[in-house]
Design a protein around this ligand. Structure first.
Ligand code: PLP
Length: 434
């Protein structure tokens, strides 16, 4: 058995001065306690007890180039002597904005922020200001940050969530004002008729339709054939903005994100995480006429750290890597991720474990179910969570770190040798949960 004695001791100490011993509630999700790490390098994390973990959590997505990617940390190191925050503009900011506008589908103008949560808030404000409407349609199981306005029905208890064909919005946390629920309509994802029905029922009221274009947070699920294009068309015909939250999928499922992969173009899109390969950066990008409301109509958006020197330097260096050799990083992610997904499927069948592997090569989830692959939050929630937790624990014992929901993020540092090691570890872990 691996020992986590030092993590346990540090956790007890830390709880005295840091609320709950963590800086994000998501980080409670670890056993035997939230673990303490001292170093990350490439595909691996080293914890304070000397255990080495092949890391498929990757900070919940940002570390697309692996931990401590040399070109990025060197660029950031070079930028440190230039200062950090000017409360003013600078050439690195211009360069990054220009590159993103050239690269991202439908993005004519961008605005920088520091976290996905605040960038989503900016997108919602822009949609409301542009359309003059109040309501937002969002989907069950989709997470868009922890704000009052967006942390609704992200992971609702099914006994509070109403019927599948008419879900009720559920506040995700104590302390959220009840009034926010009045401005949010919730639907089940991957069901075009449900979107059409909401837009019809609330004709002229919906400012924007917000979604993760590939559902990741509520249980990885791919959009059904034609679903994203159908939502896009419905938005156009109802005068609502289509807002893609590409915080996870952006720069991960391809250089141009899920929209390019599935052939749709949103009116507004939110990016964060992988864009700066581990440094804090988020952005909203989209149609010039919508983004221009920041200027023409004085839609307020601020932030002390927006466009800070190090985040810009990190993202420029990350883009250099991600764009190199016509996207060689993405070809490798696709090939190795596919090998890992297929390998896990073969192992599960060999062990007679009813495990499904669903998602895309750079971000997927292992579900335990005898049924078909989940297409939405409720189907994902019906899978065997206890077995997923047992698999997570067994993998951790074998030196492989996945999220507690058994989501797997891949990085460019997960080379073929790492995939081989992982499959050997998964073989033993599956034997343990059989
Ligand atoms: C799809 C999605 N949107 C928004 C967010 C919030 O981003 P942040 O944690 O940077 O505030 C997350 C975070 O995991 C996310 O997965």
């Amino acid at each position: 058995m691996r020992s986590y004695a030092k993590s346990v001791e540090l956790y007890q100490q830390t709880r005295e001065s840091l609320a709950g011993g963590v800086s994000s509630n998501v980080r409670y999700a670890s056993t035997p306690v939230p673990l303490f790490f001292e170093r990350g390098e490439g595909a691996r994390l080293h914890d304070v007890d000397g255990n080495v973990h092949i890391d498929y959590v990757l900070g919940n997505g940002p570390a697309i180039l692996g931990h401590a990617p040399k070109p990025v940390i060197e660029a950031v190191a070079r930028s440190l002597a230039d200062g950090q925050v000017y409360a003013a503009q600078h050439p690195r900011e211009t360069e990054l904005a220009q590159r993103l506008c050239r690269l991202l589908p439908g993005v004519e103008v961008v605005r920088f922020a520091s976290s996905g949560t605040e960038a989503v808030l900016m997108a919602l404000r822009l949609a409301r200001a542009f359309t003059g409407r109040q309501k937002i349609l969002k989907f069950e199981g989709h997470y868009h940050g922890w704000s009052d306005q967006a942390y609704i029905s992200a992971r609702p208890a099914l006994n509070e969530a109403g019927p599948a064909d008419a879900p009720v919005p559920v506040a995700g946390s104590p302390g959220m004002p009840k009034s926010v629920l009045e401005d949010v309509v919730v639907a089940g994802w991957n069901d075009l008729a449900a979107v059409a029905a909401v837009l019809e029922r609330h004709r002229g009221e919906i400012a924007g339709v917000l979604m993760e274009p590939v559902m990741v947070n509520g249980g990885a699920a791919l959009p059904a054939e034609g679903y994203l294009a159908g939502v896009c068309d419905l938005c156009r015909s109802h005068g609502a903005l289509f807002i893609c939250d590409e915080v996870i999928t952006g720069f991960r499922v391809g250089l141009r994100g899920a929209q390019a992969r599935f052939g749709v173009t949103a009116d507004l899109a939110v990016y964060a995480k992988a864009v700066a390969a581990g440094f804090p950066l988020a952005l909203v990008g989209g149609r010039r006429d919508v983004m221009d409301t920041l200027v023409d109509r004085g839609v307020m958006h601020g932030g002390t750290y927006n466009g800070n020197v190090q985040s810009m330097a990190a993202a420029i260096a990350a883009l250099d890597e991600l764009e190199r050799d016509g996207g060689a990083v993405y070809r490798a992610l696709e090939q190795r991720g596919t090998r890992l997904m297929d390998g896990l499927r073969v192992l599960a069948s060999h062990h007679g474990v009813p495990m499904r592997v669903e998602g895309l090569p750079a971000i997927f989830q292992t579900f335990f179910t005898d049924g078909p692959v989940p297409r939405n939050y409720r189907e994902a929630a019906a899978c065997d969570r206890d077995r997923a937790l047992a698999f997570h624990a067994a993998l951790q014992e074998e030196g492989v770190r996945v999220t507690q929901a058994a989501r797997w993020f891949l990085s460019a540092a997960h080379d073929d040798g790492v995939i081989d090691e992982t499959l050997a570890a998964a073989d033993r872990a599956l034997a343990a949960v059989r």
